[in-house]
Design a protein around this ligand. Structure first.
Ligand SMILES: NC(=O)c1ccc[n+]([C@@H]2O[C@H](COP(=O)([O-])OP(=O)(O)OC[C@H]3O[C@@H](n4cnc5c(N)ncnc54)[C@H](OP(=O)(O)O)[C@@H]3O)[C@@H](O)[C@H]2O)c1
Length: 278
């Protein structure tokens, strides 16, 4: 029986495919543009769009477990098809946002909760991976770091526990290769609390040159972010930073408990992606 990875082009999805292949699993992969995937020939690829549930039907045939991104507006019809196809385990890339107080009233929390509910209601056994903020969010700073060695930020003392995408994938691979995580919903974080300012300093340290924070107002930050992300995300990102100033976010040990290896540091993430900043 095969494992289907939806979003094999993604940072997490790509690492999940690699981890499954290392374990000799029969892997299938989908993307909205499968012609752009570069995977070994034994991986059967097909086109599928989370917003077009019927597009998944050919890919679901003979699939035992599925790795799924939560980026969909109407999850119920897709999950009904997944159940009807006989898939017996869904591993969903959700978010720790669902565990925050008032998650149902929060834009980000609510969209993941809706997909989690649809998975539960489908009756298919599941694992919800609930990562906190990704280390890869720092990739947004690459342009200004390359241009003039600065990172403009309104709340540089916001505290986070950035998680490496490979750690999320490691736990997904554990879930997809056995029944140990059926019904589990591990919250995944990096191994250390770091402010945004400390993350910027780490990037400078790895690059071996001065990279500094330039403080800006929320309005200035919103104008800058709005060039690249929708308005609703601009508010979410700035609101999350504001709320994280002076916070002491919890460090999860779930990655180590489930994989036997310590979670990767933010520094490791920067080293793994250093060309973004050069
Ligand atoms: N950034 C954070 O701090 C954070 C925190 C918690 C959770 N998350 C969640 O983690 C995910 C991002 O992970 P990542 O870094 O691996 O993302 P990524 O590298 O940007 O890849 C996103 C993947 O999702 C697939 N995808 C998106 N929309 C799709 C659609 N309509 N139909 C089919 N596939 C679709 C894309 O596939 P194709 O383009 O190939 O079709 C791509 O492979 C998001 O769901 C996000 O909400 C992020």
């Amino acid at each position: 029986m095969a494992v289907l990875v939806v979003g094999a082009s993604g940072a997490v999805g790509g690492a999940v495919v690699a981890g499954l292949l290392e374990r000799g699993v029969d892997v299938r992969a989908t993307s909205r543009t499968p012609e752009r995937l570069s995977l070994p020939p034994q991986v059967r690829t097909s086109a599928a769009d989370l917003d077009d549930p019927a597009s998944f039907d050919p890919a679901l045939e003979g699939v035992e477990r599925i790795f799924l991104y939560a980026d969909m507006t109407h999850p119920e019809p897709l999950l009904a098809r997944v159940a009807a196809a006989g898939v017996r385990h869904v591993v969903l890339l959700s978010s720790s946002a669902v565990t925050a107080p008032g998650a149902a009233d929060d834009f980000n929390g609510a969209r993941f909760l809706r997909v989690e509910r649809a998975v539960e209601d489908s009756g298919v056994a599941h694992t919800f991976l609930r990562p906190g903020g990704f280390a890869s969010n720092a990739a947004r700073w690459s342009w200004s770091i390359r241009t003039d060695g600065t990172v403009p930020l309104p709340h540089p003392d916001a505290a986070q526990v950035p998680v490496h995408e490979a750690d999320v994938a490691d736990v997904a691979v554990v879930a997809l290769t056995g029944d140990a995580l059926l019904g589990a919903a591990p919250v995944l974080t990096g191994p250390e609390v770091l402010t945004l300012r400390e993350q910027v300093a780490t990037i400078g340290d790895v690059l071996g040159r001065d990279v500094r924070v330039v403080e800006q107002t929320e309005a200035e930050s919103a104008a800058l972010l709005a060039r690249h992300v929708p308005e609703v995300w601009v508010r979410q990102i700035i609101g999350d930073w504001r709320a994280a100033v002076g916070a002491t976010p919890a460090v999860s040990r779930e990655h180590e408990r489930l994989t036997g290896r310590p979670a990767r540091t933010f520094r490791t993430w920067v080293e793994d992606h250093v060309d973004l900043f050069r």
